[in-house]
Design a protein around this ligand. Structure first.
Ligand code: AMP
Ligand code: MG
Length: 333
């Protein structure tokens, strides 16, 4: 019977616990940190994770109908992310591994987003457009690593949307609120001109963020038009960078990852681009797009079974600034 693996996610806003039996996701519990107003404060996020740990563990074991002692492998997200938040997940994973005496696998969160796309869709060798809160990268496998072909030069696209929402007086996460506002925009042709910054395969949102902040303060535009126009601009930038990477790499699959990829308009733009170039779009269900522990468990299982990766408890560290391409991919032929 396939191995039972427990995954823990805690890079940023979400504390998650998942249990997989091989490819089967038995439980994928998510406890996100949210606010009514204002953004994420790292120490408060860590406090949230600590408080949610026990409940999330019980819920995952209950849903999966397994006992902790049945688990054979523990995977945890060790990078990249908020140090305060990562530490809670790592401490939990280490104490569990000690308690039940099973191998421990540290997993890079961005790589987990890519691996889970191959688990839950038929993607084989995709270019991943990874758009989450802090991270925005175009990633693909080449010569033993997941290489970053393009990325944001400043803030992540999710942070950009969250900041826009915060400036409009809304809480965290702001992306879904911006999507709802954009859908309500009275005139779809009311595109407000904004900076469009694609540099090679990299993108930049900081200038756009400042311009929008000023426009919100000035009150000269309808918030719905600003939300709509912001989305049209940043999503077009992302699609352009992803398409350029696909063209240069000769890859014909695009996979989506990260919370911002839940956005229907972004999905639609990616679908149109793929159709136009004869490529295929693979979009996991929302539960596997946002930060989740199932992807950590799955990547950990692959890394352990195919790449022989495990660390001793005393060597299980966190690496808040680790980049996607620093990890040697030993589990993939
Ligand atoms: P992640 O860190 O991958 O879980 O992604 C979190 C980010 O996704 C936050 O910045 C959210 O605002 C953003 N997000 C979630 N849902 C949506 C959506 N429907 N449209 C745009 N952004 C979203
Ligand atoms: Mg993420």
């Amino acid at each position: 019977m396939a191995l039972l693996v427990l995954g823990i996610e805690s890079t940023a806003h979400t504390f998650g616990v998942a249990i997989l039996r091989g490819r089967d996701v038995l439980a994928n519990v998510r406890r996100p940190y949210v606010t009514q107003k204002g953004g994420m404060v790292p120490v408060k996020v860590a406090q949230h994770h600590e408080e949610e740990y026990e409940g999330a563990m019980r819920e995952a074991l209950g849903k999966a109908c397994v006992r902790l002692e049945d688990i054979r492998l523990i995977a945890y997200s060790n990078a990249p992310g908020l140090g305060h938040a990562l530490r809670i997940g790592a401490a939990a994973a280490k104490s569990l591994a000690l308690r039940i005496g099973v191998p421990l696998v540290p997993v890079n969160h961005a790589i987990a987003h890519l691996e889970v796309a191959a688990l839950v869709t038929r993607a084989r060798d995709p270019v991943l457009l990874y758009c989450s809160g802090a991270n925005t990268q175009v990633i693909a496998y080449d010569a033993g690593r997941y290489r970053v072909f393009g990325e944001t030069l400043d803030v992540g696209v999710g942070n950009f949307l969250d900041t826009l929402a915060r400036n409009m007086g809304m809480g965290f996460p702001g992306g879904p609120a911006i999507e709802r506002l954009a859908l309500d925009a009275p005139r779809k042709d009311a595109l407000v001109p904004l900076p469009y910054a694609v540099k090679g395969m990299d993108v930049s949102f900081a200038g756009l963020e400042t311009r929008l902040k000023r426009m919100v303060e000035d009150g000269t535009h309808d918030a719905r038009d600003l939300a709509f126009s912001a989305q049209e601009h940043v999503f077009a930038m992302l699609v352009e960078a992803a398409e350029r990477a696909m063209a240069h790499l000769g890859k014909s699959e695009l996979a989506l990852g990260g919370g911002v990829a839940c956005n229907r308009r972004l999905q639609e733009m990616c679908r149109i681009m793929c159709e136009e170039r004869g490529a295929t779009l693979f979009c996991p269900a929302n539960e596997f797009l946002v930060d989740n522990a199932a992807m950590i468990a799955w990547a950990g299982l692959l890394m352990h079974e195919k790449g022989g990766i495990a660390v001793a408890v005393e060597d299980a560290t966190i690496r808040p600034y680790e980049r996607t391409d620093e990890v040697e991919v030993t589990w993939r032929q």
